[in-house]
Design a protein around this ligand. Structure first.
Ligand SMILES: [Mg+2]
Length: 119
């Protein structure tokens, strides 16, 4: 079993043991996911780009970032489970799509979407 499916299975068991399935509607999971993204965002709020680099973050901040990233991933996986979406397959498909959308020859070194520059 791959690691994401294993995590989904552990999350499902965690919810069932606590009778929390009733609270895990896709709507509630999206709200919770958004809240966790907010918690992750808060850790970087007001930092300069340079201050957000690993070399200058405190170990305590990196630990907090790690925990919030885990919260984000877990809610995303739980949402995928409830909607029967294979999150890993969806991510792989999206990477493929992005590679087609942003060909290297038109995108290298430029953060602006090439189709917008050509308009
Ligand atoms: Mg959190």
């Amino acid at each position: 079993m791959d690691v994401l499916k294993q995590l989904q299975s552990e999350l499902a068991a965690f919810a069932i043991e606590r009778d929390w399935d009733q609270f895990h509607s896709p709507k509630n999971l999206v709200m919770a996911l958004s809240g966790e993204v907010g918690e992750l965002t808060e850790l970087f709020q007001w930092l300069t780009a340079e201050q957000s680099e690993r070399a200058v973050l405190t170990d305590e901040t990196v630990k907090a970032v790690e925990e919030e990233m885990a919260d984000v991933l877990l809610y995303l996986l739980r949402l995928g489970d409830r909607l029967h979406i294979d999150v890993a397959a969806a991510a792989q498909a999206k990477i493929k799509l992005n590679a087609e959308k942003y060909p290297v020859d038109k995108s290298k070194g430029n953060a602006v979407k090439y189709s917008r520059r050509e308009k």
